[in-house]
Design a protein around this ligand. Structure first.
Ligand SMILES: [Zn+2]
Length: 276
């Protein structure tokens, strides 16, 4: 899933690789996927996007967004975007294929679920998109300790740390992927209730959100995700399906995976005790 670091990495790669290219044709929904979302009718994507020049790209939360003059192509969640060289074979299945005037292209395929939205700038008005734009990203200075304290005060204290950080779009783009290493670095169990945490625990979580996300971004995204060129990210996850069978990097003990709140959580029961 694309989360904050991957959205940043993808948008930078798109900006460097695609800016200046002109869209020759667009094929959307060629291989219908039950959990692929579009803006309106995907059959119209070719009409609204062809002839537009790529003018840049940005990331809003966990959403990379391509700018093509006044048009926008935004994608999220389980969308895998892949750059295609001129003459390179196009993927057999895709939910979006953009061909450029110089023979290169970009395909998007949806993994479990994901959105591929095309729309005129300013015309998209849905809650998920709006909060991704409006809420401060942990990569900005606006996401500071007092902002984080405000988030803490705004919720019921019987919420777990995972529910607090990774649900309800409280921090857009911060999902169940980046959660594990963030909490490992803060030495906090994902099921801890907020009411059991001290001010110092919250400070550790805040500091870890900042530093862990920066490491993930600067490493080129997590190693469980792919970039625009099909390459795995260079950030080595401490807690993920890739490392589950390995000993904890800190104490050498066994790691645990548990289903919890719509996704698996990974933790070390020694370094991140449930009760203090
Ligand atoms: Zn440990």
């Amino acid at each position: 899933m694309i989360e904050l670091p991957e959205a940043y990495v993808l948008s930078e790669q798109i900006k460097k690789t695609l800016t200046g290219k002109v869209i020759k044709s667009v094929t959307a929904n060629a291989h219908p996927h039950g959990f692929a979302w579009y803006t309106g009718d995907p059959a119209l994507y070719n009409m609204i996007l062809s002839g537009k020049k790529i003018t840049g790209a940005v990331a809003y939360g966990g959403r990379p967004e391509i700018w093509a003059e006044e048009m926008r192509i935004s994608f999220c969640d389980g969308v895998r975007a892949l750059y295609l060289e001129s003459g390179e074979k196009r993927p057999d299945k895709h939910q979006l294929l953009v061909e450029f005037d110089d023979g290169t292209g970009m395909s998007c395929s949806v993994q479990m679920y994901g959105g591929i939205f095309a729309f005129e700038n300013g015309s998209k008005d849905d809650w998920y998109y709006n909060v991704a734009i409006e809420k401060p990203s942990p990569y900005t200075e606006a996401f500071d300790e007092s902002y984080f304290e405000g988030l803490r005060k705004g919720v019921k204290q019987n919420l777990s740390v995972k529910a607090f950080l990774a649900t309800e779009q409280r921090i857009p783009g911060f999902g169940n992927g980046v959660l594990h290493d963030t909490l490992f670095n803060a030495r906090i169990h994902p099921k801890r209730k907020l009411e059991t945490l001290t001010d110092s625990d919250f400070e550790s979580i805040f500091n870890s959100i900042k530093s862990t996300l920066i490491k993930m971004r600067d490493g080129g995204g997590r190693d469980t995700e792919k970039d625009l060129f099909g390459k795995s990210g260079g950030y080595r996850t401490v807690l993920s399906s890739k490392t589950l069978s390995q000993p904890c990097l800190s104490c050498g003990g066994g790691l645990i995976r548990q289903a919890y709140l719509g996704g698996n959580i990974y933790f070390c029961p020694v370094c991140q005790p449930l009760l203090k």
